[in-house]
Design a protein around this ligand. Structure first.
Ligand code: PEP
Ligand code: MG
Length: 569
């Protein structure tokens, strides 16, 4: 029966496909017993599901090529090992045979048992394996409930789940998943950022999804407005096809702007840099005429793998970004692991009581000097191939910037004396995403060459509202008078001191906010290439002098409603 379910659009695009439901990690399965004469059939059913999953993973492994084969392959190998683990399999059989539990409930008991064993281990690496157990058990569970078991693979399917980790997104897309729907999550999570980067439609916060959508249902997903239609009717299909055509038309029109300048109506050029985390992003940024890379998130090199990439591997990755941008500036951000960007390499402490306020970003880098030094060496070596800037995340005080500057100087000296060809000037910049850094900016602005405002984190720390907590979605918004005032102060301070300043949070990539940011004085944006042309179009429709005149009114706005009225006069 047709149902319309609401959610929040986190990555634009429309998709039509069958639902693949993956139940939440803590499987919500009620205790269920079976009759003695049903035991054999239950075991057959369970093993058929396990075989299906094994086959799916084998197929997927064979379909992977290039970088994905390496990144995702390790992940799959581990899951295949877990799937064949005698402890897991024997435990399941015993629970069904002797406990007379249903296969579903046996899976849940076994999941909880193994998770408790792993969670109790001293080694952070093993503790982080709980997620893998969840994923393997979740896959078996989904296979047990698939209506059409012969439909192998996930190609053309829409994943419906509670939440999705950043590390899984590329894997899911490689598997052929055409969209993702989650009951939790937020539009500003790193998973959402990655989905946008891969042009994979994503709807988050669809709270009823897991109760109302069954495995195999046909789903229509609009990643723009967050709307989901289960079992769409003929009228829905008609409007879906019209929407797809309209999007293609809009894209074609926007594409004409790829060679046009980001110039306002009154003739002021605005710099539009790109955020990037993959080779594809870099190619897209270049093709769309981006001014350079304003934020290269290096942590994505560290995710989805078990060992830390060494200097050589990092150097090759950074050098390729620099070469890909053919002489335009590339801003490489040093490692920003931590919080929801948890790795598998054990660098991030997995038992931090409050990871968002924990050892993340530059704090982690400064606590691991060897690791940090090898990253800086890799970045500096890449500067021999084109202009490079170093950007430091999560700066909260002057001492951190001074410590990074000192290390960077040493690295440059060492590389120079070892005969490496490197740039004469490698500017050092700070991310402004911790309120303390924004407020105390005059105290350390002299120690940096440029600034980049990370509004995703700045808003969460300023408003004390977790960027990933769907329950706070209304509160977590850049449209707060405190955010307006702080942004204005940061931009003014930077300009007074002659330091370039960009905004690189997701806010910069939303054309709805372009006039507002221009009004606050911003002249440099860094955004994902997926929305670069839309923001360029918005810039070209703005009159800067007029917007600047309206900035006093914006700064006087007392609440979100007043800011929205300012945006839509
Ligand atoms: C930000 O916080 O706005 C930012 C750009 O960094 P990230 O989203 O990677 O934390
Ligand atoms: Mg950040």
């Amino acid at each position: 029966m047709r149902q319309l379910l609401p959610g929040h659009g986190a990555s634009r695009g429309n998709a039509l496909g069958r639902a693949r439901v993956r139940l939440p990690h803590a499987l919500e399965v009620l205790e269920e017993h079976i009759a003695a004469n049903a035991v054999d059939a239950e075991l057959v059913k369970l093993h058929a599901a396990i075989d299906t999953v094994r086959g799916e993973m084998r197929d997927l492994r064979e379909r992977l090529h290039g970088a994905l084969a390496h990144e995702v392959g390790e992940f799959l190998d581990l899951h295949t090992l877990l799937l064949d683990d005698p402890e897991l399999l024997q435990g399941l059989d015993d629970l069904i045979r002797t406990g007379r539990y249903s296969a579903d409930y046996a899976l849940r008991l076994q999941r909880d048992r193994l998770a408790a064993v792993f969670a109790g281990m001293d080694d952070a690496y093993f503790r982080s394996r709980v997620d893998d157990i969840d994923q393997v058990i979740g896959r078996i569970h989904a296979a047990l409930h698939r209506r059409d078991v012969s439909a192998k693979g996930t190609s053309g399917e829409i994943l419906v789940t509670d939440n999705v980790a950043p590390a899984e997104i590329a894997q899911l897309q490689a598997q052929g998943v055409v969209a993702i729907v989650t009951s939790a999550g937020s539009v500003l999570s790193h998973s959402a950022i990655l989905a946008r980067s891969l042009h994979l439609p994503l709807v988050v916060g669809a709270v009823q999804a897991l109760q109302r959508i069954n495995d195999g249902d046909v789903l229509m997903v609009d990643g723009g407005n967050g709307e989901l239609i289960v079992e769409p009717d003929a009228a829905d299909l008609r409007s879906y096809r019209a929407r797809v055509r309209e999007l293609a038309r809009e894209r074609k029109q926007l594409y004409r702007l790829r060679r046009e300048p980001a110039r306002t109506l009154d003739g002021i050029d605005i710099k539009l840099y790109s955020n990037a985390e993959s080779r594809e992003d870099v190619a897209e940024a270049h093709a769309l005429g981006s001014a350079g890379i304003g934020l290269y998130r290096t942590e994505f090199l560290f995710l989805q793998r078990n060992e830390v990439p060494d200097e050589e591997e990092q150097f090759r990755a950074y050098r390729d970004v620099v070469l890909g941008m053919t002489g335009r500036t590339v801003t490489i951000r040093t490692l920003d692991l931590g919080a929801d960007k948890a790795d598998r390499t054990g660098l991030v402490m997995s038992d931090e009581p409050n990871p968002a306020l924990g050892v993340r970003g530059v704090r982690l880098s400064l606590s691991r000097e060897g690791l940090f030094e090898s990253q800086l060496r890799a970045i500096v070596r890449a500067s021999g191939y084109g202009p490079v800037r170093v950007l430091v995340p999560m700066v909260s005080c002057r001492e951190e910037v001074v410590a990074v500057r000192k290390l960077l100087k040493r690295v440059i000296r060492d590389l120079n004396s070892a005969g490496h060809e490197i740039a004469d000037n490698i500017p050092l910049g700070a991310m402004i995403e911790v309120p303390a850094a924004a407020i105390a900016l005059p105290s350390f602005i002299g120690a940096v060459d440029f600034l980049s405002v990370g509004t995703n984190d700045l808003v969460q720390y300023l408003l004390a509202a977790d960027r990933n907590n769907e329950a706070l979605a209304d509160l977590y918004s850049p449209l707060h008078p405190a955010v307006m005032r702080l942004l204005h102060t940061i931009i003014r301070t930077a300009h007074l001191r002659g330091k370039p300043v960009a905004v690189c949070g997701e806010m910069a990539g939303d054309a709805m906010f372009t006039p507002l940011l221009l009004s606050l004085g911003l002249t440099e944006f860094s955004l994902h290439p997926a929305t670069l042309l839309e923001v360029r179009k918005a810039v070209r429709e703005c009159d800067l002098a007029d917007l600047r005149k309206r900035s006093a009114a914006l700064l006087r706005a007392r609440d979100r409603e007043a800011i929205e009225r300012w945006m839509h006069p």
